[in-house]
Design a protein around this ligand. Structure first.
Ligand SMILES: Cc1cc2nc3c(=O)[nH]c(=O)nc-3n(C[C@H](O)[C@H](O)[C@H](O)COP(=O)(O)OP(=O)(O)OC[C@H]3O[C@@H](n4cnc5c(N)ncnc54)[C@H](O)[C@@H]3O)c2cc1C
Length: 516
């Protein structure tokens, strides 16, 4: 399918559609994998895959040769079997998080009000204000709050209100702490070290995006620079920083920072595109320089569609320049829910070839669906995003294959908690004889720890995306993660709260005709 073009994404449409039945036919030409366990890693060796040799293997293969999709299902089942044993601890063993998720998935009206409460909480500065808001937002449903906290609500005395307010604040702080590693890079060091010790790579991100003044933008820039200057030298001294998977170029540098460009300039706007690109390029170049000095990897995150065009232009301007064109595996992000994603990856492939050294692509589905869809509806526009989740899932798989087919130029980093989406990438790589040292998987810190552990157990390099920052900007991030977990279409919700049938969870997605 060829998408209609738009400024900045003018590359020719990508041809990552598999040849008819190609995936299934691969199993006839790929020879059995020799898997050697060496320490905690798996070394995979693939013998020649010449189709000429295929017949001799048919005799040694089991009578029923599993199809490509059967192999994805088999891998997904293995992963989920381990994961579901850990059960609902997917979100956290902490009381509040667990209750919050259960209430939110059971009662839609309660969900809406719980989110409002979480959002407003950091701005409330007295016990009365907190307990008033709890009563106002939760009304009769506040009965679901456990007895000791209800005692605070029902009694209007100072002590009881204080107890209740402290309990609610503590609960929200606990939830936030589960997704946010610390206020500053220095304060997050012990958690980051623990992450590496547990066998995961990390990328840190500073909470907050968009800024309303240049003073704020300056402060963000300073904090990002500090991220590199604090983490780079400190992380390098840890024994845990020795490579987790030596042959994997993704793990060449232990420090990695993900940057939200719109935090660096207060006037980013498509109406102000030229200046936006120019200012962001200058500021991104400062970060790129600091990253080089700190021997750190840098990713530029994707944001909403209106700003992404500016973001990709700044990325290409900086990393196509003479100073940074040899920086290997600088990364950017592609959102599979975008109708323009195929043209974008094609354009990024051309860029990577032109600069002469590979870039990393984190493939995600996209985090701005509700916002962008609502804005498009309000304005009577056609949304730039697909309208059906199955389309985002299908496009994620299609672009996964494209990235793996072009792994010499585009280092694939698959960012998802969806076991089907990740298993598809792993099985496709295996079927093409691409070792697991040529790509990585990425997940959000605190979102799906059992899934991360299960994939790591299968010898994949896993990078956790770890946000840092104070509680107030952290609320937006927390609400987004909670919304994702409780959304009707969320893979995590279906897996851990709705207990959906495993075959349904692992079924192949296909593009909805309305999105074609
Ligand atoms: C390491 C990491 C880094 C990330 N970085 C970024 C980033 O830079 N920029 C960014 O935007 N996001 C980023 N994300 C978030 C990501 O885009 C997803 O929101 C999140 O991972 C949920 O997708 P999933 O595959 O894990 O879960 P799933 O439950 O399989 O998918 C949920 C996703 O499907 C999509 N979706 C839901 N409903 C619809 C619908 N009706 N139509 C079309 N699509 C729909 C949405 O993207 C939603 O987030 C990152 C995620 C990870 C793991």
């Amino acid at each position: 399918m060829i998408m209609s073009g738009r400024d900045g994404y003018s590359g020719r449409a990508v041809s990552c559609e598999p040849e008819p039945d190609r995936a299934d036919s691969l199993i006839y030409i790929v020879k059995p994998r020799l898997v050697l366990h060496s320490g905690s890693r798996t070394v995979s060796k693939q013998t020649s895959s010449s189709p000429d040799h295929a017949p001799s293997y048919q005799t040694t293969l089991p009578a029923k040769i599993p199809s490509f999709d059967d192999r994805i299902t088999a891998m997904g089942k293995k992963i989920l079997a381990g994961v579901r044993v850990e059960g609902s601890s997917i979100i956290s063993k902490q009381f509040w998080s667990q209750r919050f998720m259960e209430w939110s998935t059971q009662t839609p009206s309660l969900k809406r009000n719980l989110f409002r409460l979480v959002d407003v909480l950091p701005s409330l500065d007295s016990s009365e204000a907190i307990s008033d808001h709890v009563l106002q937002y939760l009304g009769d449903e506040a009965e679901m709050i456990p007895g000791w906290a209800m005692w605070g609500l029902k009694n209007s005395g100072f002590v009881s209100r204080s107890v209740m307010a402290a309990a609610v604040t503590l609960g929200v702080r606990q939830m936030a702490a589960q997704f946010i590693a610390g206020e500053t890079p220095a304060k997050a060091l012990s958690i980051l070290r623990k992450i590496r010790r547990s066998g995961f790579a990390f990328t840190v991100d500073l909470l907050g995006e968009y800024c309303v003044s240049e003073k704020e933008a300056e402060s963000y820039l300073k904090r990002y620079l500090e991220c590199f200057s604090v983490l780079g030298p400190r992380v390098a001294t840890w024994p845990e920083s020795s490579s987790l998977m030596p042959e994997n170029p993704g793990d060449a540098r232990a420090t990695c920072v993900s940057v939200k460009l719109t935090a660096l300039y207060s006037q980013v706007s498509s109406l102000n595109q030229k200046r936006s690109v120019s200012v962001l390029s200058d500021r991104l170049a400062l970060l790129a320089h600091q990253a080089k000095t700190a021997n750190a990897q840098l990713y530029v995150d994707a944001e909403d569609s209106a700003n992404n065009e500016i973001i990709y232009k700044a990325f290409k301007q900086v990393f196509g320049s003479a100073e940074f064109r040899n920086e290997r595996l600088v990364g950017c992000v592609v959102q599979a829910y975008s109708r323009h994603a195929e043209e974008l990856v094609s354009d990024l492939l051309a860029f990577s070839k032109e600069r002469g050294s590979p870039i990393a692509i984190r493939l995600v589905k996209g985090a701005y669906w509700d916002h962008e869809t609502t804005v498009a509806l309000q304005n009577g526009w056609r949304s730039p995003l697909f309208t059906h989740k199955c389309s985002a899932d299908a496009q994620f798989e299609k672009i996964s294959r494209f990235l793996l087919d072009n792994h010499q130029n585009l280092f694939p980093a698959f960012g998802s908690h969806n076991v089907r989406s990740l298993a598809h990438a792993c099985v496709y790589a295996e079927s093409r004889g691409i070792p697991s040292t040529n790509f990585e998987l990425q997940m959000l810190y605190g979102m799906a720890d059992p899934i991360a552990r299960a994939f790591r157990h299968h010898d994949y390099l896993i990078r956790l995306y770890v946000p840092l920052g104070p509680l107030l900007p952290g609320m937006g991030y927390l609400v987004r993660r909670l919304l994702e977990n409780t959304s009707n279409e969320s893979f995590l919700r279906h897996t851990f709260f709705d207990d959906r049938d495993i075959d349904a969870l692992l079924a192949a997605p296909s593009m909805d005709p309305e999105d074609e």
